[in-house]
Design a protein around this ligand. Structure first.
Ligand code: SF4
Ligand code: SF4
Length: 117
């Protein structure tokens, strides 16, 4: 399946957050629940009330939905149906608000941080 860009550039050439953090979200967001969107077969139970994207629970995380090479060109295979955690994760300074987690993930992959803290 051809995916869509994770976000508008520069996220399209990054993807660090999808390969660094555990991506967990409320269980009801999976598509085995009414109104749920996230493909349940791409997830694992995280705890009683949350699931996580497969691949992000490991010590070397990489989301199962991530395509491409981090730091070069990436796509999210489930962009339209991604979890709220991803929808709410903003690129640092995208809306004039810093996101230390975005910057941290980028630094880990040798990418320039947007930091202006
Ligand atoms: S780490 Fe930041 S810049 Fe990179 S994909 Fe995630 S939100 Fe976008
Ligand atoms: S679902 Fe998509 S946006 Fe969310 S972590 Fe996975 S690849 Fe990234």
């Amino acid at each position: 399946m051809q995916g869509n860009p994770i976000k508008k550039s520069p996220c399209e050439s990054c993807g660090a957050c999808c390969a660094f953090f555990r991506v967990s979200f409320p269980t009801a967001e999976t598509n085995d629940f009414p109104g749920g969107l996230v493909p349940v077969d791409m997830t694992l139970f995280s705890d009683k009330t949350h699931r996580c994207m497969k691949g992000t629970q490991t010590t070397s995380p990489r989301c199962i939905a991530l395509e491409g090479d981090v730091g070069f060109h990436v796509r999210c295979r489930i962009y339209e149906n991604r979890p709220s955690t991803c929808r709410n994760f903003n690129m640092s300074w995208e809306n004039n608000i810093g996101n230390r987690l975005c910057d941290r993930a980028r630094i880990i992959f040798g990418l320039q941080a947007f930091s202006r803290y």
